[in-house]
Design a protein around this ligand. Structure first.
Ligand SMILES: Cc1cc2nc3c(=O)[nH]c(=O)nc-3n(C[C@H](O)[C@H](O)[C@H](O)COP(=O)(O)OP(=O)(O)OC[C@H]3O[C@@H](n4cnc5c(N)ncnc54)[C@H](O)[C@@H]3O)c2cc1C
Length: 406
């Protein structure tokens, strides 16, 4: 029998699940389609981690998700050190400078997803179709008709693409994509260091690209994100562990002493993607399905979580006002809102990336002075911190409620 839903979410990653959680107290019926089995949690640190902003913590707290995340696997960081290789340019950010106790949190993606699943699976208004996949869609005037790989059929007033960077839905409904290659691959791994990280996130800009050390739940454990040209990433993956450790320690200026690899080395190609439409008749896109950015400022999923709760807020407001939730005219505000925020983030990433590109001595000296200047000027620094904490721009209501410190 064909099932009918108000909202169908395609993709049960961190972003899709957050949208489902944000609709928990609404009378709307939701279908969630996810291609994979639930992630399995292990005692070993997972290699994919996210720097979760203060705003994202506020979202998770409002949705009663934060308390489900294993607290032993949340590493709060209260300082950030950024510097350039072979130069005097550096900038230090601390939570104290904005009268907060923390700047953000490093959490394994699987831990976040598991906490979200624990909540959403108990939600009375959500039906899971997993593992399953959307395999066809037809958009009608009054609803969308969906066929799953399992041959099940559904209808829905609104279909939300939260199906990641290579979104099947985005392609199927012909939403064009603006994209460019960052010409970087991000190599990720877990490493042990001689010196304790002291809950500080660190990033060095090298001529090849940025290398970040993100503090994990043990004092000498960090997750690294090393962005380098694709061919260099391949070379780094092929090095013996001994040689890799040597190169990593040297590239990171020995800042935490000798580094020792603790995991496999994985790499991900980095592409900027920006969907030309975030919404159309009966369709909305959120998270990586709508945009992907360079991980150098650790903002991708934070942006996606803000999309999810902004769309959740829009859907609830439309439904309470008896407006049709799938009509484009009722999704226009969401689209304008999130496109503006995304464009600002893409522009900031591009500025940062270009600022640190190039090895010309004059350019390097100017850059170092700019860093030192920013480091000394408090209002400018506060503005950067506020942006990194996700507390600038137009915020959804549930973030504003918790935004007590600024
Ligand atoms: C190296 C690296 C480091 C990063 N670090 C950070 C960081 O520190 N902080 C930060 O904020 N962001 C970071 N990001 C970005 C962040 O990882 C992504 O923005 C985030 O994972 C996107 O989540 P999502 O739920 O939108 O998509 P995904 O995590 O890709 O989830 C999409 C889901 O949809 C499912 N799916 C796909 N197709 C279908 C289909 N047809 N039917 C049903 N289900 C489907 C998939 O199985 C998947 O579960 C980083 C990215 C990289 C590459």
């Amino acid at each position: 029998m064909m099932q009918s839903y108000d909202v169908t979410i395609v993709g049960g990653g961190m972003v899709g699940l957050t949208l489902a959680a944000s609709l928990a107290n609404s009378p709307l019926s939701i279908a969630l389609i996810e291609a994979n089995e639930n992630p399995e949690l292990t005692s070993e640190p997972a290699s994919r981690v996210s720097a979760i902003s203060y705003a994202s913590r506020a979202i998770f707290e409002s949705l009663n998700i934060w308390q489900n995340i294993n607290s032993e696997r949340i590493t709060a960081y209260n300082c950030m050190q950024v510097w350039e290789k072979d130069s005097f340019g550096k900038i230090d950010f601390s939570a104290e400078q904005v009268d907060c106790s923390e700047l953000g949190y490093i959490i394994e993606n699987e831990q976040i997803q598991a906490a979200l699943l624990q909540s959403v699976q108990k939600q009375h208004n959500v039906t899971f179709y997993a593992p399953d996949q959307l395999s066809n869609i037809a958009i009608g005037d009054g609803e969308a008709w969906l066929t799953l790989k399992s041959a099940k059929t559904l209808t829905s007033k609104l279909v939300v693409g939260a199906d990641g960077a290579n979104s099947w839905l985005r392609k199927k409904v012909d939403i064009p994509l603006t994209h460019w290659d960052y010409n970087h691959h991000a190599l990720v791994a877990t490493v042990k260091t001689d010196l304790a990280h002291e809950n500080c996130a660190r990033q060095i800009f090298t001529p090849d690209g940025p290398l970040a050390f993100l503090p994990l739940f043990e004092k000498d454990l960090c997750s690294i994100v090393w962005s380098v040209p694709p061919e260099k990433a391949e070379q780094l993956k092929k090095l013996s562990e001994l040689e890799f450790n040597r190169q990593l320690t040297r590239t990171f200026d020995n800042r935490l002493g000798h580094c020792e690899l603790q995991s496999e080395r994985c790499s991900f190609p980095l592409t900027m993607r920006y969907a030309r439409d975030f919404a159309k008749h009966r369709i909305a896109l959120i998270g990586d399905a709508a945009h992907t950015i360079h991980p150098l400022a650790g903002q991708g999923v934070n942006l996606g979580l803000l999309d999810a709760v902004s769309l959740g807020q829009t859907i609830i407001e439309n439904s309470e006002a008896d407006k049709e939730i799938g009509l484009y005219e009722n999704l226009r505000h969401f689209e304008r809102w999130r496109k503006t925020e995304t464009m600002q983030m893409i522009a900031s990433m591009e500025l940062l990336k270009r600022l640190f590109q190039g090895d010309n001595p004059l350019q390097k000296t100017l850059r170092d002075f700019a860093l030192l200047f920013t480091d000394k000027v408090n209002p400018l620094k506060k503005q950067f911190i506020k942006q990194a904490m996700g507390l600038s721009g137009e915020l959804p209501k549930i973030v504003k409620k918790n935004d007590a410190d600024f």
